[in-house]
Write a protein that binds this ligand. Structure first.
Ligand SMILES: *Cc1c(COP(=O)(O)O)cnc(C)c1O
Length: 434
């Protein structure tokens, strides 16, 4: 309410908003709380049958306003702790509403579920998160007759060629996992707006962007005109590696369908997880990202000069092929360049030897490093390392890996908040051992 208006009008920054929230909210009277309460009840006492009827009616209309006292009925429909988190996430992403799901994948499924139906098509970038790829190929395509066309959206001209009269969704992640290539969000929006010009309201193509890698701290796709942002809360938004969750942030018109989808498929975020993200994850997001991004740049520079490293991809490096796009698209809440905390690098060698070396390197890290952990996931306070070709992206056939520039010698690093020189020391030891 008042407080958010002051944030919007620029009196206070979003960084401060993520710490304090609205101060006063219709979701809960916590005039006497400094920390928002963790509400934990599966059902809610209704004071009259009339009030219950009104509650169901409001829910069915999807009319969930953060400014009106809600009528809570049952946890899976709506409840206060999660609702406060949804509000804060919506503000961070620059959207009108947020709907939280049990995991990032439940959020991806929800965003797609309310946007496409049987017989229609999705155009997706060819390299996407493994489970998203599996959702497209194993479920939507095989069981729901929703076909996905995979194209290389790093080259925007490929999009216009892939769109048909059946296309309803354009889907991508940027930066692309793990290669850190960028997709030009403005260009995607321009091409889709062109295609939508001749279409009726019902047939319009929506753009859905997975913003997990960047987090709203480094990039807000809705500002460029996309329709929905999805994110895994499990990664940078939670930040401590303690909870699993997901969110869809979008315009108010999609709130009703998303709540209905969540209610019926049941993949709802637990209030206990919501509370951790609301109380620890979001308030610390800006400092965590700032610290880990500064370290990521230092580490990327170190790697660039290491004799065992063939190439480094980090959007903050002068040598980054899409450096201009990175500065245009990846910005923090204050408008400064924000290249994020993910680094991808390739170990030198032939196709065969570089893969073996990369494996040896991560094994060395697993056995000897103090600040780096061999583990999947990302965006945590701890630095995590993994080898995409044999781990996160192993399900992708070799030819498709090559097409997506995922090399056998590639290594993905999610930089944490340890001292950069300690991370560099551990990396140096591991690289020198291969
Ligand atoms: C982890 C991840 C997901 C899935 O999130 P879960 O919370 O693990 O379900 C989706 N997209 C990207 C880019 C991810 O990194």
């Amino acid at each position: 309410m008042g407080m958010y208006k002051k944030v919007k009008s620029g009196v206070y920054s979003l960084t401060s908003f993520l710490v304090h929230g609205r101060f006063k909210t219709a979701q809960w009277d916590f005039d006497h709380h400094v920390v928002p309460p963790l509400s934990s009840t599966s059902t809610f006492r209704l004071s009259s049958a009339k009030r219950a009827t009104k509650g169901f009616q409001v829910f069915a209309e999807g009319d969930k306003s953060f400014e009106k006292p809600p009528i809570y009925i049952y946890e899976r429909l709506d409840e206060p702790t999660r609702s406060m988190l949804e509000d804060r996430l919506a503000c961070a992403e620059g959207g009108e509403i947020g709907v939280c799901f049990a995991s990032g994948m439940a959020a991806v499924a929800g965003a797609l579920g309310v946007s496409v139906e049987a017989g229609q098509e999705i155009v997706s970038h060819h390299a996407v998160y493994g489970c998203t790829y599996s959702l497209f190929t194993n479920w939507l395509s095989k069981r729901n007759r929703i076909r996905t066309k995979f194209v290389d959206l790093v080259k925007p001209s490929n999009l216009a060629r892939a769109i048909t009269s059946k296309t309803r969704v354009v889907y991508f992640e940027t930066p692309v996992n793990p290669t850190m290539e960028l997709i030009d969000i403005s260009e995607m929006c321009r091409i889709v707006a062109d295609a939508n010009e001749s279409r009726g309201e019902e047939d319009r193509i929506r753009i859905i962007v997975d913003n997990t890698f960047a987090t709203p701290c480094c990039q807000r796709p809705l500002d460029f005109g996309v329709d929905m942002v999805v994110a895994s809360l499990t990664k940078g938004l939670c930040g401590f590696g303690t909870d699993v969750g997901g969110v869809v942030v979008t315009r108010r018109e999609f709130q009703g369908p998303l709540l209905l989808y969540r209610k019926d498929f049941g993949g709802v975020l637990s209030p206990k997880s919501a509370w951790n993200i609301l109380v620890y994850g979001l308030p610390s997001l800006s400092v965590r990202i700032k610290k880990s991004s500064e370290s990521a740049l230092e580490i990327a520079r170190f790697l660039e000069n290491h004799p065992k490293v063939k190439s480094v991809a980090y959007p903050g490096l002068e040598s980054f092929p899409q450096a201009d796009l990175a500065t245009r698209q990846m910005r923090d809440f204050e408008g400064n360049a924000a290249p994020g905390n993910m680094v991808y690098f390739v170990v030198k060698g032939t196709a065969n030897s570089s893969g073996k070396r990369a494996e040896k390197m991560v094994d060395h890290v697993a056995n000897h490093a103090y600040t780096i952990t061999l583990a999947v996931s990302l965006g945590q306070i701890r630095t995590l390392i993994e080898r995409p070709a044999s781990m996160t992206h192993a399900v992708i056939p070799e030819a498709a890996q090559a097409a997506g520039h995922i090399e056998p010698g590639g290594i993905r690093l999610s930089v944490g908040i340890e001292e950069a020189r300690d991370i560099i020391k551990d990396l140096n030891n591991a690289l020198n051992a291969v």
